[in-house]
Design a protein around this ligand. Structure first.
Ligand code: BGP
Length: 475
């Protein structure tokens, strides 16, 4: 018996701003991602407060999921998906964020998406914040630096969770808020994705600003968790973290320790959400930097009452510790220095299937909570040859990751409840803002110069995944 568990979720993950388009339709307000320029591996995308005509293509049109979701969901169903993780764009529900009334058209749109999924027996797993928020909340209130944001977020959460009561059971409060950390040099990219601000725009002491944003988002997360369960006790609430495990560069104990600390930095919010308390070690670390955050009685209670039910992990790569002895001249990559044992994707991401097993073990043994792989996939350049997209490299990547995940479940007894492949349909890359980097089982005829008729074409991996789901991953 070499199958995945019977009720295991098989599916994929997408995010509103990367696929919907229709940025000014259906009563939607301008969101932070509507102000990102297109970019590429060579030219990083920029974030602009003003509308720069012609440079903002990616999220404005994306792959037009807004109008084509029925066709796309039908294709997911054809592959046999039992779950799809979508996100709700906050700015479709409250166009400015501080509006008195929600936008009914936005609520109706997502209701129809959700109902379509249910018709095909696909469990909707709904993320409430995947780098999407009304830009007005940044301009008028200074984003998550202001505690008022927590109340605006909770109002939005209450509205949608009530609206979809009985339809949606699995909720995710935030996607990858862990990328804000005062200890690391946060890139413009993550500060913008999470708070709509560039690093330079952070006021005063940068570390203090980052700590405040991280704290306020975590607090919003635990408060939302409690609220979602109060609205319906059958709701199951999680939070998604993007973690790439960090390996030590060698067995020098100093380097091993450094690697551990670098990796563990990504866990303080998971600690807060699983242990019922904002971690004391984090507060003390802040104090070491001269940062004083106040946890009042009400906050402490919110942490105690807002523990999550499952952990979502986005896994793409591992890194090698950037710090440590003998590390001075190494090339710096996204995840640290280059690992000589691993190949990399065209975008420099280390391909490491065993790293996924390691991450599952590490996280499960810390908290004992069910884990869902909420993102994993390979960004690659796909080509049509003789009317067909042969993406064996993607099949190979996914196959190897599934094998390691299976070992984690069947041999290590980790409670992993689902595998949601990232970008089951080609969509706009979050980091680079380009279409060239494709993840999908389904090709979308859309290119970075704006051309393409948006038609959808199954790649070879489409049929491979269809079979894997059918045989429950048995090999
Ligand atoms: C994760 C994000 C996703 C997705 C993915 C791949 O961090 O949650 O939104 O984009 O990374 O990244 P990219 O699209 O840049 O290749």
């Amino acid at each position: 018996m070499n199958k995945f568990p019977k009720d295991f979720f098989w599916g994929g993950s997408i995010a509103a701003h990367q696929c919907e388009g229709a940025w000014q339709e259906g009563g939607k307000g301008p969101g932070i991602m509507d102000y990102c320029t297109a970019g590429s591996y060579e030219v990083p995308r920029r974030f602009t407060k003003e509308h720069e005509e012609g440079t903002l293509y990616p999220t404005h049109e994306a792959i037009d999921f807004y109008h084509r979701y029925k066709e796309d969901i039908k294709l997911f169903a054809k592959m046999g998906f039992t779950a799809l993780r979508i996100s709700i764009d906050w700015s479709r529900i409250f166009p400015n964020g501080d509006d008195n009334q929600p936008n009914q058209e936005g609520l109706d749109y997502y209701k129809d998406v959700i109902q379509t999924l249910i018709e095909y027996n696909i469990e909707p797993i709904v993320t409430l914040f995947h780098f999407e928020m009304p830009i007005h909340l940044v301009r008028k209130y200074n984003s998550w630096l202001n505690r008022d944001l927590i109340n605006f977020y909770l109002k939005y959460v209450k509205t949608v969770v009530r609206e979809y009561k009985g339809l949606v059971k699995y909720w995710v409060t935030f996607n990858e808020m862990n990328h804000i950390d005062p200890q690391s040099e946060a890139s413009d990219f993550f500060v913008y994705m999470l708070a709509g601000l560039t690093y330079d725009e952070l006021p005063g002491d940068k570390r203090e600003s980052l700590a405040t944003i991280g704290y306020n988002m975590t607090l919003a997360g635990v408060k939302a968790t409690k609220l979602i369960r109060e609205i319906d006790k059958n709701n199951i609430v999680g939070c998604v973290f993007g973690i790439h495990p960090i390996y030590p560069r060698d067995c020098n104990p100093v380097n091993v320790m450094n690697a551990f600390k670098e990796m563990d930095r990504d866990y303080y919010q998971i600690d807060a959400m699983c242990n019922g308390k904002f971690p004391t070690y984090k507060m003390k670390e802040y104090e070491d930097f001269g940062i004083h955050l106040e946890i009042n009685h009400e906050d402490a209670q919110a942490f105690a009452e807002g523990k999550i039910d499952f952990i979502g992990l986005n896994y793409y790569q591992t890194g090698v510790s950037k710090t440590g002895e003998g590390n001075e001249n190494d090339e710096k990559l996204f995840g640290g220095v280059q690992n000589p044992y691993l190949k990399q994707s065209k975008w420099g991401w280390a391909i490491d299937p065993v790293g996924m097993r390691y991450l599952l073990n590490y996280t499960y043994r810390k908290y004992g909570l069910p884990i869902m792989i909420t993102e994993n996939g390979l960004g690659a350049v796909d080509e049509f040859i003789d009317g067909r997209i042969n993406d064996d490299y993607r099949i190979d990547y996914l196959k190897q990751h599934l094998r390691e995940m299976k070992k984690a479940i069947l041999e290590d007894h980790i409670e992993c409840i689902g595998y949601l492949m990232w970008g089951p349909i080609d969509l706009v890359s979050a980091t680079n803002g380009e279409m060239k980097k494709r993840y999908g089982f389904i090709y979308v005829n859309k290119y970075d110069d704006g051309s393409g008729d948006l038609s959808r074409i199954p790649k070879d991996s489409f049929y491979w995944y269809q079979n894997i789901i059918q045989i429950q991953g048995e090999e």
